[in-house]
Design a protein around this ligand. Structure first.
Ligand code: ADP
Length: 271
């Protein structure tokens, strides 16, 4: 499929008006280029785990008599296949997000519940590194949006905070509500992100430390997904980080105002 961007304009010429129809080839070329880059990157990213899985399987076959080796290669095989599954899932999620600007379902979402389930989801990973997850603050008003997408975005932030932090540190998730805006921030005591890379980490497959990201199961797509989800909800994602001290990622979303909440919860008025 190619995307055709057509621009229709009515232009005055003397006393008359003419209809101008223009197709924006530059835009089409740009969209196509972004798409081609993505396909190239995905193919490249898929090659690593797929290749590794093949090698592990061969290694298991050739060391069938050696129980230790079989165990070692099986564990690595499982790790690679998990990574492959996560990558495929993220690619599908991101392609879906990129193919439309409209949120799939619009519901009233309780931010407090969203935070609680993101914490639950990441609890085992945190325990594995002896990282304490702390939650503070509450939102009074809900937000409007797709609970699944918002959940995915928040889970990604909490997962990153744990993934990149050293053992025995703390990750804080704070909720604040002010002037009709709800902020959810995820703060860690990890390595932080160098200033010149702070914008770039939201790009697809950009990693500050590629080896570390891959080794810990990262797909390189988490933050792009977060950014798209925020864009679709009229929100934004910001980052505050001092290298060596930690990072704070903040999602800002508009709270539902009281009147529209009433309208949504009340009976439908017809006619
Ligand atoms: P990945 O799957 O590699 O984590 P993301 O898109 O989620 O992909 O993140 C992109 C990169 O940003 C990561 O590879 C990592 O280098 C950096 N990053 C993300 N979150 C953090 C964090 N909390 N602390 C330090 N670095 C981070």
């Amino acid at each position: 499929k190619t995307q055709l961007v057509i621009d229709l304009r009515i232009a005055p010429v003397g006393d008359e008006y003419i209809l101008v129809l223009a197709d924006d080839r530059t835009e089409i070329a740009r969209v196509q280029e972004v798409r081609n880059d993505f396909v190239a990157n995905v193919s490249h990213e898929l090659k690593t785990p797929v290749g590794a899985i093949g090698l592990m399987a061969e290694a298991i076959e050739s060391s069938a008599d050696d129980e230790e080796s079989v165990k070692y290669f099986s564990t690595r095989l499982q790790k690679e296949s998990k990574r492959l599954a996560a990558l495929v899932q993220d690619v599908i999620e991101l392609s879906r997000l990129q193919s439309t600007d409209v949120v799939r379902q619009s519901k009233l979402v309780d931010v407090n519940n969203l935070v609680a389930s993101a914490v639950d989801y990441n609890r085992i990973m945190a325990e594995g590194k002896d990282i304490q997850l702390l939650v503070g603050g509450r939102a009074r008003r809900p937000i409007h949006g797709d609970p699944e997408l918002l959940g995915t975005a928040l889970r990604n932030l909490v997962e990153n905070a744990i993934r990149y932090s050293p053992e025995k540190t703390k990750v804080g998730i704070g909720i604040t509500e002010k002037n009709g805006q709800i902020k959810i921030s995820v703060k860690d005591q990890g390595p932080g992100i160098p200033e010149d890379e702070q914008d770039r980490i939201f790009e697809r497959f950009y990693r500050v430390d590629p080896a570390r990201s891959r080794q810990t199961g990262g797909t390189g797509l988490g933050l792009s997904i977060v950014k798209h989800v925020m864009g679709q909800h009229g929100g934004e994602i910001t980052l505050w980080s001092i290298p060596g001290e930690g990072s704070t990622f903040t999602m800002t979303l508009p709270a539902v105002d009281e009147q529209s909440e009433q309208d949504l919860l009340g009976p439908d008025i017809e006619g």
